[in-house]
Design a protein around this ligand. Structure first.
Ligand SMILES: Cc1cc2nc3c(=O)[nH]c(=O)nc-3n(C[C@H](O)[C@H](O)[C@H](O)COP(=O)(O)O)c2cc1C
Length: 394
């Protein structure tokens, strides 16, 4: 039986019946929907790499729980038009305060996953961040319009310098230095799945993961067609796999002297470190526990946000990530003082399920959830969000 595009299913070149990307994308009405689809289409090793956290995944689950502990306090019978979600982050006008976080090995989630994410973010008028270990080099995105940030990992200053020069030459307007990775978190799902350490997924390791990969022939074929070729950071001669990036505050000050555009420091969880980042010359900080993938036992980002916002006294912009799954979560983070949020897994699920359209869909879903939440709260603009709109859930 030949199924046509009209029925939103098709026969792939291999003859395997696949649901089309369009149909999959349409089925994503929430981040949770996208996660379910991603789980079905990805080899277990790839899904677990995205979905998992460190050790017992307590910090990871606390991230989401922290949002549920907060209730919204609506104002009823307010005359409302479309609420204003647009904002400016480090001088970039964006249509709503959700930015794509840097994610390593994004190229294994969908062919050209990094490019797909940059393009989706650009179409939705927001910013995307390329990880040092995404699997492509910064110059491969140099022709893409729209604001792009580059996330920096480096084992030493020599390599950091090379990467900074690459990011400059490729027109990245922000450098995000991640400070929570002096060692890699113990990700037990990856260990169980036999992912090699230091973490990498390339043709050789994919072969050793044979059965997991073969159970997902469509993913495997798409990857083989795309040539599963990875380029990390400085390029083939000096490949960087996922390993320690032991930056100190002196290194951050040195990076500041090398990079004139916006500098963000990601991985802040205390007011002391937030102040250190300000002193080192950061323009923005990202309150983040890396989505619960690094220090198991670290606090949920949302719970430490208010004290960090107070400590920096408006000297830097404060962003937050870890655990955002709904538009209402974005609203709660803004009520507690974040200027914008970053998402990791939500767009990776979208990317795995539907490529570029999948990322766009996730951004649209979060934006429309935010819009609805703001209307139901009777709040006309994100500028007006503050702690008076929330209370602790009892
Ligand atoms: C698969 C995956 C890879 C990641 N790789 C990086 C990375 O290379 N650099 C980095 O600073 N953070 C990385 N992160 C962390 C994200 O940037 C972000 O902090 C985190 O995903 C936010 O939590 P969330 O997934 O709950 O939204 C990664 C996260 C995931 C899920």
């Amino acid at each position: 039986m030949l199924l046509t595009q009209a029925s939103h299913a098709c026969l792939s070149r291999s003859g395997v019946l696949t649901i089309s990307t369009i149909e999959r994308t349409k089925r994503m009405n929430s981040v949770a929907d996208a996660r379910k689809i991603a789980k079905k289409v990805l080899p277990r090793v790839v899904f677990d790499y995205i979905d998992g956290g460190a050790e017992d995944e307590v910090t990871m689950s606390q991230n989401e729980l922290a949002f549920r502990e907060i209730a919204l306090r609506p104002q009823m019978a307010v005359k409302m038009s479309e609420p204003i979600l647009a904002t400016s982050i480090l001088g970039n006008q964006i249509s709503f305060p959700v930015i794509l976080a840097p994610c390593g090995l994004i190229q294994i989630m969908s062919p050209n996953g990094a490019l797909a994410s940059v393009r989706a973010a650009n179409r939705c008028n927001t910013i995307s961040t390329l990880s040092t270990v995404a699997g492509i080099t910064p110059d491969q995105l140099s022709d893409e319009p729209g604001p792009r940030w580059f996330q920096l990992y480096a084992p030493n200053r020599e390599i950091a310098q090379v990467l900074i020069e690459q990011a400059k030459a490729a027109g990245f307007s922000g450098l995000m230095v991640t400070v929570d990775t002096p060692a890699l978190g113990k990700r037990e799902r990856d260990l169980r799945n036999g992912v090699p350490s230091p973490l990498r997924l390339d043709t050789r390791s994919a072969i050793s993961l044979g059965s997991q990969v073969l159970l997902r022939p469509n993913w495997t074929l798409r990857m083989v067609r795309a040539g599963i070729k990875f380029k990390m950071g400085t390029g083939d001669k000096n490949p960087i796999s996922m390993q320690a990036s032991p930056f100190t505050w002196e290194d951050i000050s040195w990076i500041r002297s090398q990079w004139k555009e916006s500098l963000l420091v990601k991985g802040i969880l205390s007011d002391t470190d937030a102040k250190q980042a300000v002193q080192a010359g950061a323009d923005a900080i990202v309150v983040s526990n890396h989505g619960g993938r690094q220090l198991e036992g670290a606090p949920a980002s949302l719970r430490v946000l208010p004290q960090i916002v107070r400590s920096v006294e408006g000297n830097v912009e404060v962003l937050l990530d870890s655990g955002i799954r709904r538009g209402a979560d974005v609203v709660k983070a803004l009520c507690l003082g974040a200027k914008a949020v970053l998402i990791g897994r939500p767009y990776l699920y979208g990317l795995s399920a539907g490529g570029e359209q999948g990322v766009e869909r996730i951004l649209e879903v979060l934006k429309s959830e935010m819009t609805r939440t703001m209307i139901l709260m009777g709040c006309p603009s994100i500028d007006q969000l503050n702690e008076s709109w929330i209370q602790r859930q009892i």
